[in-house]
Design a binder for this molecule. Structure first.
Ligand code: SF4
Length: 446
């Protein structure tokens, strides 16, 4: 795949006015709510700095922190499996399901399971997997991937959701939100009650107690982790925090940055399987800790990207994401976080995503853990420079030389100005496609 594929996908998305209308409404709403939540805090930047420091310190001693996490989960009666890659993680989950003679699996939203394509692996092994987060369930019904880390169906209008539900047993449904959610609740309740296995991700895992922490606004995380007899939590290895006090800090930033809430509606803590005397919870708990390229990132120049708490705030403010949505990225993670993380995790075709940014820095301003996303995108482009064609390299070298000398700089801008007046911008190869560039004035304003 080349940069052309990204351009084609982006052009298709930009031409879809319905998609852009839905995206604009949803991202504006989320960004507005986030702004209000932050205004209610007096010390947002202090919290951001503290969260960045906590995440950085934890990642600096990650092997020890993960060892503590694994010990505590085991001590609480759970099983821990370290998966080196996607294939190992999927195999382990399928083996557990097979051992229990499972048929139906209820799943809570989890980006790492999207990354390792767990649903595909389980479907190929003959299991029925049902997503139970409302947005995730909607996109699953139409065979799509989520298009936002927090709101998977952000690209769909209410009318389209009603249409999807009518096609899946909801005859006569209107697009009234209460009617739609009542229909979804009825369908999903049956899934919770009949599932043999519950699979969740983890927003965080607390090392000091071996606790899996999940936040949801619909309560489906609680159902998936407490009703089926077996719970499997799939966790990216960087999602660990050392203490409950660190957890409090990152949770306070996660909800505000993601949805503008002071706290998410349901915060679920799972420590081990059900103990004697407890009324609910699984008989068996498995925690699959997934590497899948993360330890490589940890040892390199981009390690700070692992500080991410997957709040989605950078997507909502990104001028590129806001126009093209998540599917144009063709990766599990989209927006600025995806443009950095996806190439680092997957390499290859995802490398083109470094181009999906205006480098405006809005993502950094929004990021609750202060990840310098625009600097990383620039560095990824710099890393890719040796792959540029010989002609391209000669052009850039000439440009660099010209702009290092004042006389040549002035001459080149004059020539460029004249050229821009004579040649329509759409005729400029590659760069000009889709852009309307204002004509430069004949004289400089003083
Ligand atoms: S990079 Fe920052 S803003 Fe973007 S999802 Fe991660 S934590 Fe949120």
């Amino acid at each position: 795949m080349s940069g052309k594929d990204l351009r084609r996908r982006a052009q298709r998305a930009v031409a879809d006015t319905g998609l852009r209308r839905a995206l604009a409404a949803a991202t504006d709403h989320l960004a507005l709510q986030r702004g209000r939540a932050i205004e209610r805090l007096e010390n947002f930047d202090d919290l951001r700095r503290a969260a960045r420091d906590v995440r950085t310190a934890t990642l600096a001693r990650l092997p020890d922190v993960l060892a503590t996490l694994a010990d505590r989960i085991t001590a609480a009666g759970g099983h821990v499996f370290f998966a080196a890659d996607a294939a190992e993680a999927c195999r382990y989950v399928a083996d557990v399901a097979r051992r229990h003679g499972a048929r139906r699996i209820a799943k809570a939203k989890s980006m790492v399971t999207e990354e390792i394509r767990l649903n595909h692996a389980l479907a190929a092994a003959g299991f029925e997997v049902v997503e139970t987060d409302l947005g995730e369930w909607i996109v699953q019904l139409i065979g799509e991937a989520p298009s936002h880390v927090i709101t998977p169906a952000i690209h769909l209008s209410r009318g389209r959701v009603a249409e999807i539900f009518r096609d899946h047993g909801g005859e006569g449904l209107t697009d009234e939100p209460a009617t739609l959610t009542a229909f979804a609740r009825r369908q999903l309740r049956a899934v919770f009650l009949s599932a043999d296995i519950g699979i969740s991700g983890a927003n965080f895992a607390v090392a000091e107690s071996g606790t899996i922490c999940l936040v949801t606004n619909e309560g489906n995380g609680r159902m998936v982790t407490s009703i089926p007899p077996v719970h499997i939590a799939v966790v990216g290895l960087e999602r660990v925090v050392e203490t409950w006090s660190d957890l409090g800090l990152v949770l306070s930033l996660l909800a505000r940055s993601a949805t503008g809430q002071d706290l998410t509606a349901y915060t679920t803590m799972v420590t081990g399987p059900r103990r004697p005397g407890e009324v609910d919870g699984p008989d068996e708990l498995h925690v699959v800790i997934v590497d899948n390229g993360r330890s490589g990132i940890l040892g390199g120049a981009y390690r700070e990207i692992l500080n991410c708490i997957r709040c989605g705030a950078c997507l909502n403010v990104c001028p590129v994401y806001r126009q093209i949505g998540g599917h144009a990225y063709a990766a599990a993670y989209s927006g600025p976080i995806g443009a950095v993380l996806a190439p680092l995790l997957a390499g290859g075709a995802a490398g083109e995503l470094r181009l999906a940014s205006s480098l405006c820095g809005a993502c950094y301003q929004a990021c609750p853990v202060m990840i310098p996303l625009q600097d990383m995108l620039l560095a990824l482009r710099r890393d890719a420079a040796p792959q540029a064609s010989r002609v391209e390299r000669v052009i850039w070298a000439l440009w660099s030389r010209a702009w290092s000398r004042p006389r040549l700089y002035r001459l080149s801008t004059r020539l460029a100005g004249a050229g821009a007046r004579l040649v329509p911008s759409r005729l400029v190869p590659r760069w000009g496609a889709g852009r309307q560039v204002p004509r430069p004035p004949r004289e400089e304003s003083r």
